[in-house]
Design a protein around this ligand. Structure first.
Ligand code: PXP
Length: 242
């Protein structure tokens, strides 16, 4: 099982101040030291967190593979083709959403755009994944489009009230995983996974990659604050001594 760490929200903090820290590229180096098997970033059309510069630097400096999340949109696909990251995960994107809501629509007219995007990405030698809901019909339609993998949306599992509701959502993820493997797809999972709820998803043997962001960045703030304050205090006190 590979653990990819999504560093988008390091960039969210940076963008809140419009400055150059914290740098998601530096965070990626530390994530790798912590054992991350890959780094995930979502280059949104509105550039609300990750910037083009971040992706370019990550591709030059990361020691692990980069999974670039993006929407099916002309300008961003052009960038992905020229950058050639290890993997592109196609995701839905809505302007007003706080985070990615729901999986890709893989039916109707949307499917044509996805198929074209996959063809372009494969021609550029990029591994591909589609972020989709764990539903039989969606998994079947996804397989027809020919990606290398699907990433199962774990949001409904993560939001389940617990007990039987969580068990039912977990069963959906297991069934979708079995079907996807049967159809020849690699299976990834992510969204809303936390230190508390990750174990059951990580235990799905056929799932080979997890993408986790918010919970890890949130924890990093808490486990890091004591040291950060100590370092600042040392500098302040040292300045007084002269
Ligand atoms: N996978 C995909 C496709 C996502 O869009 C996101 C959120 O950016 C994640 C995984 C990670 O979700 P979270 O930040 O809740 O761990």
């Amino acid at each position: 099982m590979r653990l990819y760490i999504n560093v988008d929200h390091v960039a969210t903090v940076r963008e809140a101040r419009g400055t150059d820290e914290p740098d998601p590229v530096r965070a990626a180096v530390l994530a790798e030291l912590g054992g991350a098997d890959g780094i995930t970033v979502h280059l949104r059309g509105d550039r609300r967190h990750i910037q083009d510069r971040d992706v370019e630097l990550l591709l030059r400096t990361a020691r692990t593979p980069i999974n670039l999340e993006l929407a099916v949109s002309e300008g961003i696909l052009d960038l992905a083709e020229s950058w050639r990251p290890h993997q592109v995960t196609l995701v839905p994107e809505k302007r007003r959403e706080v985070t990615t809501e729901g999986g890709l629509d893989v039916s109707g007219p949307a499917a044509g755009g996805i198929r074209e995007a996959l063809d372009r990405l494969h021609a550029a030698g990029i591994r591909t994944s589609l972020f989709v809901d764990p539903e039989e019909e969606v998994v079947r339609r996804s397989a027809d489009l020919g990606p290398s993998a699907i990433e199962l949306h774990t949001g409904e599992y993560a939001n389940a009230a617990g007990g039987s509701e969580a068990a039912a959502q977990l069963e959906r993820l297991r069934e979708a995983t079995d079907l996807a493997k049967h159809l020849g797809l690699a299976v990834h999972a992510g969204h809303g996974l936390t230190y508390e709820n990750v174990a059951a998803v990580a235990a799905i043997q056929e799932c080979e990659e997890l993408n986790i962001g918010h919970s890890v960045v949130s924890r990093a703030v808490l486990v890091g604050i004591e040291r950060a304050v100590r370092e600042m205090k040392e500098r302040v006190l040292r300045a007084r001594i002269g």
